[in-house]
Design a protein around this ligand. Structure first.
Ligand code: NAD
Length: 369
């Protein structure tokens, strides 16, 4: 493993290898970019087959967080952490408290949250050792389940997409195909059905499908969702569902959903573009979860969360404008929007404000006695 060469390619700022023999901790924290603010990103616990696999994962995920926070307009950088271990068998209080101490030693440069393999009880242990931890239980001032907010944010992305594609954002006048009616998907069905929209759903879990049907949605088969004659496809289950096999079947005019990593590869994003299907980039559409936890720093407030989710309308609209401005596909425009914001804020230079004036009674001048 050539760590420095890898970091030079991916442009990460810092990678911290955390080891505690007594607790059995082997973890990696990666900070990709902290130009906009402290690096925020979840903690994943996974039985990686090798250290290289864990490193690759944390580097990839932390880079993604930089782009997500930047496009969402948040003053946060991108970071992520992984614990090498099996979440079913290797968890302990000592493990998470040891990890919490490593986070604390970074003095706020990295802030952690829940991700795959981690639950709110694990975060309680981390929280005992550091304040730099969000997504804690509501009794500690945490923000709770982000899914309804992610769904509400997705709805804003849908509005922006309708406006761009049809010059009309009357949600109820269009039809939707929702793949996956879990935490986010079901909330999205509720929001769409409240506007009277025609909604098609599918899920591997028949009970989830039935709950959506009870709200007036129409059930379709797992594979049939790709053939549905609906205006908008909302992937809310899995990644890589937009691929060489599915795209030729699409009658959709728009793809806008909350699932992560919807495009199997970048070419599929360009293929959608060539077929006149508007793609709302997933990490801009599903930023609601990140926005929701980010509010915990100032004291969680539901109203503020909802206001923040509404800004997804503007960020998604801006991506479409950049795509038109530069003649590029929307997935590339999202990356460009993030890079432009980071570059612009990174260049900001403010005049020195004179601390002595802001703290009367204290004098930092070199001549102070
Ligand atoms: P979830 O596990 O609650 O829901 C996923 C649903 O998809 C489940 O009901 C599952 O049965 C269904 N599913 C699985 N395989 C399927 C298949 N082949 N076809 C159809 N349905 C299938 O997860 P969630 O929290 O609702 O998240 C959904 C997606 O959104 C994930 O990709 C997640 O990473 C992303 N996301 C979620 C949030 C959030 O706030 N929860 C935030 C950002 C992104």
């Amino acid at each position: 493993m050539n760590v420095f060469e890898t970091v030079a390619t991916t442009e990460h700022e810092q990678i911290v290898f955390c080891h505690n023999k007594d607790a059995g901790l082997r973890a990696i924290i990666a900070i990709h970019n902290s130009t906009l603010g402290p690096a925020l990103g979840g903690l994943r616990m996974w039985p990686y087959a090798s250290e290289q696999e864990a490193l690759d994962d944390v580097l990839r995920l932390s880079r993604g967080m930089t782009y997500k926070a930047a496009v969402a307009g948040l003053n946060l950088g991108g970071g992520k952490s992984v614990i090498i271990g099996d979440p079913r068998t290797d968890k302990s209080e000592a493990l998470f408290r040891a990890f919490g101490r490593f986070i604390d030693s970074m003095q706020g440069r990295y802030i952690t949250a829940e991700d795959v393999g981690i639950d709110v009880n694990d975060m309680e242990f981390v929280f005992q050792e550091t304040d730099n931890c969000v997504g804690v239980h509501q009794v500690h001032g945490g923000s709770g389940d982000p899914s309804p907010f992610t769904a509400f944010g997705t709805l804003q992305g849908i509005r922006a997409s309708l406006q761009h594609r049809f010059n009309d954002e009357t949600i109820g006048d269009y039809s939707y195909a929702i793949q996956g009616v879990g935490h986010v998907g079901f909330e999205l069905v509720k929001l769409l059905r409240a506007t009277g929209a025609k909604v098609f759903v599918t899920d591997i879990n028949p009970e989830s499908v039935q709950a959506a049907v009870d709200l007036g949605a129409e059930a379709v088969g797992l594979d049939d969702i790709f053939d549905v004659d609906a205006d908008v496809f909302c992937p809310t289950a899995l990644g890589a569902v937009i691929n060489e096999q599915t795209i030729p079947r699409f009658k959709f005019k728009i793809v806008c959903g909350a699932a992560n990593n919807q495009l199997a590869n970048e070419e599929c994003g360009s293929e959608l573009e060539d077929r006149g299907i508007l793609y709302a980039p997933d990490y801009a559409v599903n930023a609601g979860g990140l926005m929701n936890v980010s509010i915990e720093f100032e004291g969680y407030n539901r109203e503020r969360a909802e206001r923040m989710m509404r800004t997804i309308y503007y960020s998604v609209s801006k991506i479409f404008k950049i795509a038109e401005r530069d003649g590029i596909p929307t997935w590339k425009a999202a990356d460009r929007m993030a890079e432009e914001r980071i570059a612009m804020i990174g260049k900001l230079k403010l005049p020195f404000m004179g601390r002595a004036h802001r703290y009367p009674g204290r004098d930092r001048s070199p001549n102070a006695k």
